[in-house]
Design a protein around this ligand. Sequence first.
Ligand code: ACO
Length: 320
Amino acid sequence: MITKIIGTGSSQGRRRVSNQDLEQVVETSDEWIHSRTGISSRYVTEGEGIKAMAAEAAEKACIQAGISPKEVELILVATSTPECCFPSTACQVQGEIGAEGAAAFDISAACSGFIFALHTANSFLVSGTYKTALVIGADELSKLVDWNDRRTCVLFGDGAGAVVVRAEDDGKFFSAVGSDGSRGEILTCVSRSGGNFITKKQPKMGFIAMDGQEVFKFAVKKVPSCIEEMLKEHQEKPEDIRYYLLHQANERIIAAVAKRLGEPAEKFPMNISAYGNTSAASIPILLDELNREGKLNRGDKIVMAGFGGGLTWGSALLEW
Ligand code: ACO
């Protein structure tokens, strides 16, 4: 059996925040943010939260796939920003959309999460365990950034993207993921730490902290090499790929990856200007946009690749 995407959907936080809006919050400028990252605005939640965004994206993907949520047998949500430790965001989505028969759980691999979730769903589909799955990338990083820290708060946005995948008889699907826990300190967010029985201290939430230049170096090295290795392993040629959909963290990272792969910039669509970095949601939001704009044709080969905290990375190739 081969994994095929049969529907896509997305949603984002209700409030649009422009770079000019952020100039009122921290000492920054539209010029600095745009020239360093390619970001002009982002969307943030206004209380609707991750459950609502993920469920909306999932419902849209089911409608486009022409299936009832009741046909979904597996729901995976890649997220670093669940509302609670349990129930998982995947279980919350299951309840919201009425996918009664599905098994549901979350996957935590930061900005690479969507690729890890797709990789996991593929294993279930190829093994014959399930036939139809919902794979969702959703993050609400606005609740984890320090809004006084200009080095990080300008980078992120909130959103969700979903795909319905189905085990089919023909097509192509390959994926590969990797991790390097020894370098995790360059991109961290400590959650609920410091609670202690002896001192009776209450736990505190941490903020996102990042060594931007180290993350940049990691991304421009790891993303091209993991794509090249995957293509080589499956005897695929870079020039036959229609689109490379990369995690939307920084326009300059995407341009550098295109250059290292020797592929034209037009094959690397971007929407970071409007959304910022939506972490696990960025790849499926971009895929949904291309799909709804009619830019994907049957048989197109699409590569997706992500990188993020952990450190983690991953890539997937599929035939549309
Ligand atoms: N506005 C104005 N000035 C700023 C801002 C801001 N928002 N942020 C930082 N600066 C200042 C710094 O204080 C510093 O000033 P100083 O020289 O007086 O100390 C100066 O700008 C340069 O700071 P750097 O951090 O060195 O800036 P850099 O050119 O590296 O750009 C950036 C930072 C955009 C984060 C870059 O390192 C980068 O793109 N890194 C990749 C990491 C990434 O994209 N992370 C996203 C999340 S991780 C993920 O998705 C996997």
